[in-house]
Design a protein around this ligand. Structure first.
Ligand code: BV8
Ligand code: ZN
Length: 248
C-alpha cells in the first residue's frame, strides 16, 4: 500500500514533542476482534444497554457473564496486529507519548505498549462488587462466579452509565490538553467521554490525525484523515517517522 504524506503532516511529525494516540475497536479489527458498530459488530446482535450495563448484570448475571466469556474466548485466541506493533515503535520517537485506549482486549499490552491509559477497563480482569478485589482468574465452574468473600465477581470493564476510572480520565484529559499531535484511530467517536479527547486536543491547537476505514463523528476535527486500515497505515507512518526523527 502507498500513501501520500502532505507537507502539513510531515511538518507536524517533525515538530511533535508531545503525542497522544487514542484507539478504538477498529485497531483490533484486523486481529479478529469484532467491532461494536461494524457489519459483524457486537452491538448488532445485542444492544449495549442489554449487556454492557450494571442493570443488565444485576438482572441477568448469567447472560452478561456468558457474553463476556464468549468475548474472552475469542480474545484469548487472537494476537496483536501490525497496527498495535507500530504504536509500540512510534512511542520510541517522541519525548512524551501517551496511549489512550477504549479497548478492553489487552492487545496493546500484549504487543508491548506500556503505561496504557485504559479508559474502559480490561476484559481479562475481574473485580468483586463486594470487596473490590481484582483477579485475573477467567475460568470458573459456576456462572456468575463468586469471590472468596462471597461477593459476585464482574468483568473489570466500565459499563454504560458508569464513571470512568478517575485517574485514567484525568491523565487522558491532561494529555489531550497539552499534546501537539493527536492520533485518533479506529473509533466511531460515539462513546463519551472518550470521543471528547480529540476535540480537547484540536481546541488547544494540536494537529489531529484520524485513521479510519470510513469517515466518523470525529472526521470534522481532523487536520489529516488517512482512509484505510490502521494495520496497514500505521506501519507506513512509522516508516516515515524513522526518516525524519531520531529515536529518543
Ligand atoms: C459515563 C467496555 C458518566 C464494556 C465500553 C447520551 C448522549 C451522549 C452520551 C451519553 C448519553 N447517555 C449516556 C451517555 C454516556 C455514555 C455514552 O457515551 N453512550 C453512547 C452510546 C451515546 N457513556 C457512558 O456511559 C460512559 N460513562 O459517561 O459516565 C455518565 C454516567 C451516566 C450518564 C451520563 C454520563 C461509559 C462508557 C463506557 C462503555 N463501555 N466498553 C465492554 O466492552 O463490554 S464502550 C465500548 O463501545 C468500547 O469500549 C468503545 O468505547 C465503544 C465502541 O466504540 P469504538 O471503539 O469506536 O468501536 P465502534 O465499533 O463504534 O467503531 C469502530 C471504528 O473502527 C469504526 O469507525 C470503523 O470504521 C473503524 N474500523 C473498523 N476496522 C478498522 C477501522 N479503522 C481502522 N482500521 C480498521 N481495520
Ligand atoms: Zn470479594
Amino acid at each position: 500500500m502507498e500513501i501520500e504524506f502532505s507537507d502539513k503532516f510531515i511538518r507536524a511529525l517533525k515538530n511533535a514533542k508531545r503525542v497522544v494516540v487514542s484507539t478504538g475497536a477498529g485497531v483490533s479489527a484486523e486481529s479478529g476482534v469484532s467491532t461494536f458498530r461494524g457489519e459483524d459488530g457486537l452491538w448488532k446482535k445485542f444492544k449495549p444497554e442489554e449487556l454492557a450495563t450494571y442493570e443488565a448484570f444485576e438482572k441477568n448475571p448469567k447472560l452478561v457473564w456468558e457474553w463476556y466469556q464468549h468475548r474472552r474466548d475469542i480474545i484469548n485466541k487472537i494476537k496483536p496486529n501490525p497496527g498495535h506493533y507500530a504504536i509500540v515503535e512510534m512511542a520510541r520517537y517522541f519525548k512524551r507519548f501517551h496511549l489512550v485506549t477504549q479497548n478492553v482486549d489487552d492487545l496493546h499490552r500484549e504487543a508491548g505498549s506500556n503505561d496504557i491509559i485504559e479508559l474502559h477497563g480490561n476484559i481479562k480482569r475481574n473485580r468483586c462488587i463486594n470487596c473490590g478485589t481484582l483477579n485475573y482468574e477467567v475460568e470458573f465452574e459456576q456462572i456468575p462466579p463468586r469471590c472468596v468473600c462471597g461477593g459476585k465477581l464482574r468483568p473489570d470493564v466500565i459499563w454504560f452509565g458508569e464513571l470512568l476510572p478517575l485517574e485514567a480520565l484525568e491523565r487522558a484529559e491532561d494529555a489531550s490538553k497539552t499534546c501537539d499531535l493527536f492520533f485518533v484511530i479506529g473509533t466511531s467517536g460515539v462513546v463519551q467521554p472518550a470521543a471528547s479527547f480529540p476535540i480537547i486536543a484540536t481546541r488547544q491547537g494540536a494537529f489531529v490525525v484520524e485513521i479510519n476505514i470510513e469517515p466518523t463523528e470525529l472526521t470534522f476535527v481532523a487536520n489529516e484523515h488517512f482512509h484505510g486500515k490502521s494495520g496497514e497505515i500505521l506501519p507506513l507512518i512509522v516508516d516515515k517517522i524513522k526518516t525524519i526523527k531520531e529515536k529518543i
